[in-house]
Ligand binder design. Structure first.
Ligand code: S2G
Ligand code: ZN
Length: 474
């Protein structure tokens, strides 16, 4: 088994001096050069990853971002780019004392073309705020994730976020049309455009998706947004075996068809963890081995409700589900989603957490959880929730305190297991710092070399987000 060799030794980057600070203050204003009370920027939300940055910059525009990056390139100052800092792999968390450049203030421009449903917005817009503004015009953001209240659209693009609507609306690649990015030299790149169809060159804007700040700072995004569904319905099923969950997924695809929007799994251990750490109650009596949360998006509430109820009845009638309930109100629907979207919060309250986000062929999806439980034999608690419809498992392990031994064994075990079963070591969360040592697993040497060359083109001095997804050193 390949084990991790966390080589995060500090590179020979400049240390920030007082003259640097005065340059930044002149460039963006003294109030936006923060050197005090910056803990929320220097560590991730689980407080398990933390850097020693001395300074956070909050530029308000592409141009201010460009002047900062130009200066940092000349001075060889390392920069970590940060949006809402909701990431799960420490991609936006400094390793050493990298300067933090936050896009949180870049939110001046928000322009929707109602006829075409094309939206151009600055990177700092929070996903939920953008979605609320679209609602007034009958549109909706094509992605939704648990962190919607604090993640920023620029960060969603840079992280290649997936979320709970991907099954229905596709990945960000289905929606991104263009973006503005400041590269590692400070050059402002306007990539792509506003057209839904423009096949005249390389689709360069798509390099921004999942780039994790390695190529540049995304400061503006142009994307297609989707009609807000007139009817959004949810149901939950209690299921006693994983194989029945898969059968129910096939039933959902055939019976719900075009209105199927989400198909999420919460396993029995996770539901118990949710009930024990959060003021949330299961929707079913007693505990079951699996819970499925299904959502439909459609344009006719009666039609959709009939289809969804029929689907629930059939799943029960075919004895694939042992219990089932359709939400009868917005509150009931919201409660069902809280059980799923707050599973990560419950797991994080359960102890020191080792988080995974893997894609697996459906036949192996839950086997990984079972084999991890067998391997740990009670040394840790194992939870599984995720986007079953996308084959995306969020395996989480917790221990009462940080267990160095377990930490050394667990990632190599999980990632080698996943790759040997035809999966990906990161379905949607990215590589960041947490998975840095496994980033080449499953990648061809030619592709890894191309990626390093691209990094060299965009960031020749390797000042952007060093020590993480792409490193020209090794
Ligand atoms: C999810 C986000 C949080 C986590 O819940 O779908 O992508 O813990 C995750 O993995
Ligand atoms: Zn997820």
């Amino acid at each position: 088994i390949r084990t991790a060799t966390n080589s995060f030794a500090r590179g020979n980057y400049a240390r920030i001096s007082s003259s640097d600070l005065s340059f930044f203050e002149k460039a963006i204003g003294k109030d936006y050069v923060k050197t005090k009370e910056i803990e929320n920027y220097t560590s991730d939300w689980t407080r398990q990853m933390k850097g020693s940055s001395e300074c956070v910059l909050l530029p308000s525009s592409t141009e201010e971002t460009s002047s900062i990056i130009k200066y940092c390139a000349e001075k060889r100052i390392a920069v970590v780019v940060q949006g809402g800092n909701t990431g799960l792999v420490g991609g936006a968390t400094p390793i050493h004392d990298e300067l933090i450049l936050s896009t949180g203030r870049i939110k001046n421009n928000f322009h929707l073309e109602p006829s075409s449903g094309v939206l151009t917005l600055d990177a700092g817009f929070i996903l939920a705020d953008a979605d609320n503004r679209l609602a007034e015009h009958g549109f909706m953001m094509p992605l939704d994730l648990g962190a919607k209240g604090s993640c920023q659209i620029g960060g969603c693009i840079a992280a290649g976020a997936g979320g709970i609507r991907l099954l229905r609306y596709g990945s960000l690649h289905s929606h991104l049309l263009g973006c503005t990015m400041v590269d590692g030299k400070g050059t402002i790149l306007n990539l792509g455009g506003r057209l839904r169809k423009d096949n005249t060159s390389l689709h360069t804007a798509h390099l921004a998706i999942g780039s994790e700040g390695q190529l540049g700072v995304v400061t503006s995004v142009t994307m297609g947004v989707v009609p807000r569904p007139l009817s959004i319905l949810s149901a939950m099923l209690a299921v006693s075996s994983y194989s029945d969950c898969i059968r129910i997924l096939s039933l959902a695809r055939s019976k719900l068809g075009e209105i199927l929007s989400s198909f999420e799994l919460i396993d029995g251990e996770t539901m118990k963890c949710v009930e024990s750490h959060l003021p949330l109650k299961n929707v079913f009596q007693g505990s079951h081995d699996f819970y499925l949360l299904i959502e439909t998006h459609g344009s006719n509430g009666d039609h959709d409700a009939e289809k969804l109820n029929q689907f629930v009845e059939e799943a029960l009638g075919m004895e694939l589900a042992v219990d089932g309930v359709a939400a009868n109100s917005e509150n009931e629907r919201a409660h069902m989603w809280r059980l799923r979207e707050e599973s990560p919060i419950a797991a994080a309250k359960d102890g020191y957490i080792y988080k995974f986000d893997v894609s697996l062929p459906l036949e192996h999806f839950y086997r990984l959880t079972e084999e991890t439980r067998d391997k740990l034999k009670g040394r840790g608690r194992v939870y599984c929730y995720g986007h079953l419809g996308d084959g995306n498992s969020h395996l989480n392990v917790t221990t009462d305190g940080e267990d160095e031994e377990l930490k050394k064994e667990l990632s190599p075990f999980v990632y080698n297991w996943v790759v040997s079963h035809g999966g990906s070591i990161s379905a949607e969360h990215g590589i960041g710092q947490l998975k840095r040592d496994y980033r080449s697993l499953g990648k061809s040497a030619s592709e890894s070399s191309l990626i390093r060359s691209l990094k060299g083109v965009f960031d020749p001095h390797s000042i952007l987000c060093p020590y993480k997804m792409i490193s020209t050193q090794d």
